[in-house]
Each structure stands twice: as structure tokens, then as C-alpha cells.
Design a protein around this ligand. Structure first.
Ligand SMILES: Nc1ncnc2c1ncn2[C@@H]1O[C@H](COP(=O)(O)OP(=O)(O)O)[C@@H](O)[C@H]1O
Ligand SMILES: [Mg+2]
Length: 278
């Protein structure tokens, strides 16, 4: 079997401020395969961002180890390598723009990597095309909508040709339209271009189409599996105060009330199940 793109083995990390120690993640083990679309769910403070920062070597494990594309994040000679393999898109689109023209912003990463001029042009073209922002290339980012800004931020990461794209609550500040735009782009990049994606979110509905879902709680991964496997654990999910997708919640309640309804992930499935009741 092919080795996973990302392997985390018994990873623990705590933040230390003077005498105060705060657990970030605890004894976390998980793999992400090449080409997978993984979603990490969890409440505020459950360790999602800490895990993301451990993946790109911004933080190093206190215990355990992390390999990205075969490279140990603790390998000091490969720090640069790890950073370019793990592309991160953050929550606030306004903090991610470095240039006043969109195409310059997207070119910034590969320029820093020392990519030759000709290839930079190709990469910028491809990246802007991949996020449907080609027509905006010579404009200024400031006037874009939140969803458009996040798509430019994704293009800027893609231009560095990362092995994995991590989106850390990148849809949290967007309106529903912007959220949908960004998710559509990310899903297409995964499906058509084979980009490995780790999507961190607290919107349960964003997890429905994922290959695999990990639920974090208090720095640990408490549930993992396909969305259907994970959302079947309705009691555990409700106990962590995460909200199930509406269709899942309604179908679980109907089933608990004695109706013959299977667990549904989407509104379509729920409609079909209810229509079959007679
Ligand atoms: N820079 C920091 N200093 C101290 N504690 C931190 C810091 N960043 C995060 N934490 C703590 O680590 C825990 C995990 O946080 P985080 O990984 O940011 O969770 P999430 O991204 O799931 O909201 C929380 O208890 C949080 O308060
Ligand atoms: Mg976070």
C-alpha cells in the first residue's frame, strides 16, 4: 500500500507561558492519504489549529513525530521544504494579501522559492484559473468580496505547488455565497487536480462530502471515519456540543421516535426517507 502523505504518531504539544501550561494536542495519531479530502471538526480550543501548525513545522511536537511526504517536521535541514509542502489558508482573507495587484500577490510565493520567471507566469496563470479569478488578475485585492479574496489566497498557495492544502476555518468569516464559492473551488481542486485537502471547520455540513472526517475534542481525536460513520455517532457528537447537519439531526430524532428512517446526511436523502414513510 502507498505510504500516507501525512503521518502523525502519538503527537503531543503544550503551550508554555511561564508557569502556565495549556494542552494543544494530546497523543494524537492520524494519517492522511495522497489525494484525500479530509475534514477536521471540533469546537473552539479543541486543538485544530495547533495540529495545522504542527503539520507545517511552525510548532514542533513535544512528544511523538510527524512526517509530511516522508520528511520529519523536526528535521532542521528541511524546514523550508516542509513549509512549501504544506500550504495554509487562514481565516481572515485581509491578512493574507501581500501585494496591491492580484497577479503579483499570487506570484509572491514562487518568487520567494526562486522559481524561474517563465515558470512563475505559468504557475500564476494556472493558479488563478483554478480558482476562477483569471479575469481579476490585474485588479487590486481590496475591492474583492470575502469569497474572492479567499480564492486569491488559495491561488497564492497553489502557485507554490504544495503537497497538501490546509484551510483553517477559511470560510468562517464569509457570507453563505462566499462560503459556497470557496468550497466549490476546493472540492474541484481535490476531485479534478488531485490536490490533498485538510479542511478545518466547525460547520458540520462542510464535512458531508469528505472522504474522511476527524472530530477533535480537548486536543484529542475522538471520532474518525467516513462522514456516515462519524455522524452515526450522534450522541458523542452532541456531547461535544457540535451541531449535526440538519438532515442528520432530524433523521436521528425521527428514528429515536420510532420512525423507520435511516441516518441521512443530506436534505435530499432526508426528503426521500420521509417520502417513503406511509
Ligand atoms: N499561543 C497560545 N498560547 C497559549 N495557549 C494557546 C495558544 N494557542 C492556542 N492555545 C490553547 O491551545 C488549545 C488548542 O487551541 P487551538 O489549537 O487554537 O484550537 P482550535 O483551533 O480547535 O480552536 C486551546 O486551549 C487554546 O486556548
Ligand atoms: Mg483554530
Amino acid at each position: 500500500m502507498e505510504t500516507p502523505l501525512i503521518t502523525a504518531r502519538n503527537v503531543s504539544y503544550s503551550y508554555k507561558n511561564g508557569d502556565e501550561v495549556t494542552v494543544g494536542v494530546q497523543d494524537l495519531s492520524l494519517d492522511v492519504n495522497r489525494g484525500e479530502f479530509c475534514v477536521i471538526l471540533g469546537h473552539n480550543g479543541s486543538g485544530k489549529s495547533t495540529f495545522a501548525k504542527l503539520l507545517n513545522g511552525f510548532l514542533l511536537p513535544d512528544e511523538g513525530e510527524i512526517f509530511v511526504d516522508g520528511v520529519d517536521t523536526k528535521d532542521e535541514q528541511r524546514v523550508y521544504d516542509i513549509r512549501s509542502k504544506v500550504g495554509m489558508v487562514f481565516q481572515n482573507p485581509d491578512n493574507q494579501m501581500v501585494a496591491s495587484i492580484i497577479e503579483d500577490d499570487v506570484a509572491f510565493g514562487p518568487e520567494n522559492l526562486g522559481v524561474p520567471r517563465e515558470e512563475i507566469i505559468q504557475r500564476v496563470d494556472a493558479a488563478l484559473n483554478a480558482v476562477n479569478m483569471t479575469e481579476y488578475r490585474t485588479r487590486t485585492p481590496h475591492k474583492l468580496s470575502g469569497g474572492q479574496k479567499q480564492r486569491v489566497a488559495i491561488a497564492a498557495i497553489l502557485a507554490m505547488r504544495p503537497s497538501v492544502l490546509i484551510l483553517d476555518e477559511s470560510t468562517a468569516m464569509l457570507d453563505p455565497e462566499g462560503r459556497r464559492e470557496v468550497l466549490d473551488v476546493v472540492r474541484r481542486l481535490n476531485r479534478e487536480d488531485g490536490v490533498t485537502v485538510i479542511l478545518i471547520t466547525h460547520y458540520m455540513d462542510e464535512a458531508v462530502g469528505a472522504d474522511r472526517v476527524f472530530v477533535f475534542d480537548k486536543g484529542r481525536c475522538i471520532l474518525r471515519g467516513t462522514p456516515r460513520e462519524v455522524f452515526s455517532e450522534t450522541d458523542t457528537i452532541r456531547a461535544t456540543k457540535l451541531e449535526l447537519p440538519v438532515a442528520t439531526s432530524v433523521s436521528a430524532d425521527l428514528s429515536a421516535a420510532g420512525y423507520d428512517v435511516p441516518l441521512c446526511l443530506t436534505d435530499e436523502e432526508l426528503c426521500e426517507a420521509i417520502c417513503k414513510l406511509s
